[in-house]
Design a protein around this ligand. Sequence first.
Ligand code: HSE
Length: 424
Amino acid sequence: MRLGVAGLGTVAQGLFVLLSENADRVARQLGQPISVARVASRTPRSHIDTLGAEFSTELNSLLQDDVDIVVELIGGTDDANRLISRAIELGKPVVTANKAVLSQFGNSYISRARESHVPLGFEASVAGGIPIVAVLKDGLAGNSIDSITGILNGTCNFVLTQMDAHDSTFESALRQAQDLGFAESDPSFDIDGIDAAQKLSILGSIAFDQPIDLANIYIEGITNIQLDDLHYARELGYRIKHIAVARVFDSSVEMRVHPALVSDKDLMSRIDGVDNAISVAANGVGSLLLKGPGAGSRPTASAVLSDIIEIAKGKSSLPTNTTSTRRASPICDLTSSYYLYVPVSDEPGVMATLAEVLGNHRISMESVIQKSDAIQQTGNVRWVPVVLLTDEVRESVLDETIRDLQELSAVHGDIRRVRVVNLN
Ligand code: HSE
């Protein structure tokens, strides 16, 4: 089995290392060795051991007859799309780790691959080393899936964990994630939630038989989360995580990625660092939780290699047809509890005013924190954060409530809101 590998980055290097370290075991499973016939990359990097492959700067070189499987590890969309499309056209099996290209063109790849019986593997596109694509597509094939809830971006999880555990600034935690090779080349894809949304669009499609469509997903990143929020959340019995949720109701599907308070009693709250975790609720199995490294060279290469082996065994399967016609439920229809951080002047009667506004919108409070040692002075204004945890309320009502609160003369500065995700 001869591979043509596009790219010489972190994941490709991990693949060469695993192919070499695990060569005997892989060959025993397949009854034949896997070799790397060709490598193509825009930039030659002669220090990387490509296991004897022929090198070219031309991606098209991977479409020659001596390549049995095209392994796309270049990232980005334009070149990757051209390579994958052409390979499928030529009937060459493709393995890709590229969620960006899949979230844009995945529907057409899957339907073309199905029509022409071309294997297409994309395990590595979601959650690094966690084999969640195989779990949803094959392991849970006999279930109807109700929901997927997870931490799908290692960089966001790493940044929030560093801030929470070490009081690091957002910037220094992000720099560390970049230095460790977890972040995307443009880290705004991570911290603005795009990467997690691309992954959720792929999982949602496999789980709910719907087309991959990023436009169906509400996307919010972690840049508004402050150290204070992490501390207050802890006091309330929660951690803040960047969470992806996909749930189906009879006729609609709810898909969203955003920071969220997760109860510290839930295992998901203890998934730290670059790890990802995915909880699946399904009607046969009940609920299960998978946890593991969501990024990094060897974990992602492990997922790439699993696809290669499935294809080499002739066992690779595609997701079922995208037949669902469920409508996407907008975020304003969400019902959730909320954490609110309200900076108010330190004066008698302010708490009553806040309670009145919440009461006017029929929102009950579950907890309130206001600490005298948190009083701050900005210019000649003495202010203090009031932190509230609300009962469940519709998001559109909360939006109106925040607008009303923000207009109060006692409120100094922006109110922050974080949704609560309840995993039970
Ligand atoms: N940048 C991604 C993350 C890794 O931080 O999870 C690959 O998907």
